[in-house]
Design a protein around this ligand. Structure first.
Ligand code: 5GP
Length: 191
């Protein structure tokens, strides 16, 4: 998606630890009109699939998931970072290692909002090592739902997540794939 690549080049900031900050349109300030274009692009890519729900993880995936859900006319459900150990069986639960904070945490999703009848598109802002996506795929498996695809705004192609998901046969599409980045340059993978 050329408009996205242009914004990354103009507005992105590379931080230590291979973190790309795109706070001016995606992760802090949100450019809603631009995210609507992103949602429409995901709809174009995945419209052949019988999607009933968009699934993401709080908090940074929620905005892009909402815009995508609007294009599909389906709800968003987001996995929450768990505050307590809930043992009453009303939740799906998985473990995720946070790329940006380096911590391991539980994520939970109410069983009310995902079941065997659902066809799910996972959407997230970034793909790095694939832990967030793996946790969400685990929850889809617990629900007996069908994974229809994974839509990522920015994939860091020099990290392992994309390779791992594609090798598993996941229908993964990323709108921009970064091949390499240094302090002052970002290079995209040719498609
Ligand atoms: P993964 O689980 O694939 O290792 O990391 C994906 C998650 O970590 C995303 O949900 C995103 O919130 C965060 N993340 C990973 N890399 C970056 C990055 O370079 N910049 C930002 N802003 N978030 C990132």
């Amino acid at each position: 998606m050329d408009a996205l690549k242009g914004r990354i080049l103009r507005e992105g900031r590379v931080r230590p630890g291979n973190i790309l900050k795109v706070d001016s349109f995606l992760n802090h300030q949100i450019d809603v009109a631009f995210l609507q274009e992103i949602g429409e692009e995901f709809h174009r890519i995945f419209s052949g699939r019988p999607i009933t729900k968009i699934l993401t993880i709080e908090s940074s995936g929620i905005a892009v998931a909402c815009m995508t859900a609007q294009s599909f006319g389906v709800p968003v459900v987001f996995a929450k970072k768990a505050q307590t150990k809930n043992l009453d069986g009303s939740l799906y639960r998985s473990i995720v290692r946070s790329y940006t904070y380096g911590k391991i945490y539980d994520v939970v999703l109410s069983r009310r909002f995902l079941g065997p009848e659902d066809h799910v598109l996972i959407v997230d802002d970034f793909l790095a090592n694939g832990c967030a996506a793996e946790g969400l795929i685990d929850i889809i498996g617990q629900a007996g739902a069908s994974l229809e695809g994974v839509g990522i705004v920015i994939e860091k192609g020099f990290q392992e997540g994309g390779k791992m998901l594609r090798e598993k046969g996941v229908n993964l599409h990323s709108l921009a794939i970064i091949e390499s980045m240094t302090d002052n340059t970002v290079v995209f993978r040719e498609e």
